[in-house]
Design a protein around this ligand. Structure first.
Ligand code: CA2
Length: 151
């Protein structure tokens, strides 16, 4: 059984506590429960993480690259939060790993402030999803499952 790493960046631990009009009312624990159910349905193991620290996220990407090379990881779903728009370091970490990585945003970043329109992650991602709310995580897991075992 392969693992899916779901990596959440800065401030996503605050989900459900503020800005419900943008991010919904559900908490990160609710997101994890949803992802767990969807991974079970697709026969995938879930590794669900959140960090407010860029270096911790970079270490997780390096670890994921090794796991995918070893054949134990199906891929990564990355909601890099605001680091999406700022982090050349995350871009560099993903580039060249060969990771199957889906960039995900809960909100439609393109319908928001201009500073959210640019992503350092998109050029090194396999696919990009935005604006599906937290259900986007479920859709991204289904997409990774299909990439791993195409129907
Ligand atoms: O839409 C997304 O998923 C984002 O990645 C969320 C980031 C934002 O910087 C990106 O532009 C888009 C922010 C996550 C912070 O989430 C909060 C949730 C509730 C209360 C405060 C922050």
């Amino acid at each position: 059984m392969k693992t899916v790493l779901i990596l959440n960046g800065p401030n996503l631990n605050l989900l459900g506590t503020r800005e419900p009009a943008v991010y919904g009312a559900q908490t990160l624990a609710d997101v994890e429960a949803l992802c767990s159910a969807v991974c079970n349905a697709h026969n995938l193991k879930l590794d669900f993480r959140q960090s407010n620290h860029e270096g911790v996220m970079i270490d997780a990407i390096h670890e994921a690259g090794r796991a995918q090379a070893a054949g134990t990881l199906a891929g990564v779903i990355l909601n890099a939060g605001a680091y999406t728009h700022t982090s050349v370091a995350l871009h560099d970490a993903i580039k060249g790993t060969g990771l199957t990585l889906i960039e995900l945003h809960i909100s439609n970043v393109h319908a928001r402030e201009v500073f959210r329109h640019h992503s350092y992650v998109s050029p090194v991602a396999k696919a990009v999803m935005a604006g599906f709310g937290i259900k986007g995580y479920a859709y991204a897991i289904a997409a990774l499952a299909d990439m791993t075992n195409p129907v």
